[in-house]
Design a protein around this ligand. Sequence first.
Ligand code: PHE
Length: 339
Amino acid sequence: MQETIDKITRSFNAELEKASSVAELNELRVRYLGKNGVFTEVMKSLKDIAKEDKPFFGKLLNDARVKIEEVLQEKDKTAAKEEQRARLLAERIDITLPGVSAEAGSIHPLSKVKAEFAEIFTSLGFEIKEGPEVELDFFNFQLLNIPKDHPARDMQDTFYITDDVVLRTHTSPMQARVMLEQKPPIRVIIPGKVYRVDDDASHSPMFQQIEGLVVDKNISLCDLKGCLETVCKKLFSSKTKIRFRPSFFPFTEPSVEVDCSCPLCGGKGCRICKGTGWIEILGAGILNPKVLDNCGIDSSVYSGFAFGVGMERVAMIRYGIPDIRIFFENDIRFLKQYK
Ligand code: PHE
């Protein structure tokens, strides 16, 4: 028995020598002291020993077991400490380094302007509609009093898809679509993309308009002016004034070009308004009775007004942006300014 115990102790010590991690020490513990471990086995063989010798060998065995337990615990502690130290070293961070801030996106200035328009017009009782960007010539031109071969077609350089299908050159075809669909009173705005063969610092082949349409009894230029002035005051500042200049559109009669007092200099004259104090912002007019009749609305009973405003133009004025193309370049340095 004595010999067996010595052998166990020796082999344990040899193994202990090699074990250094907490996991290895655990494995050793299970193998020697566990339920099915070496000591349990030897314990079983006690039954074959003479009764009077049992207490002696029992104690011997137990002492050896306790000794092993102690040594294991001791080594365990050092191993755990060592492992923690290594982990802390590996996970070391330099808390004096500057942090990496999370990048948040921002709303595109055009989307902001669009949302503001929507907010203002819905507060005035307008409904918001949308329409197709690929449009029939019939809606884009013909119903709006611009027949084929009419010189007014030159006002808008058109992308033709076929002879009868175009990329809409303005949001005005939605005037016709809405009037064909709805009975007066009508109050809608139609925001959306439009396309023209045009490309320079103030024109882009794709840009966005907001069409406005009101049809009811006794609608006059006064209503148009009141409506647009209210909108411009909300959009720019309460001091903003507007003025009408005579113009021509085949679908409105009379037609006007609308200027607002320059929101950047307050009307004194600056680079943006080219020293005039006024900035042209949209085209508008009283619905041509021909268009009402074309769309099945009795022009002897109803009248209306319409306007078309360029969203990029408003955003350019609003934020003092000199070139329309910047909107579409997706330059993060530009976009970041509008957070
Ligand atoms: N559709 C015109 C344009 O794009 C603007 C407009 C709309 C004018 C409604 C009058 C009435 O230039």
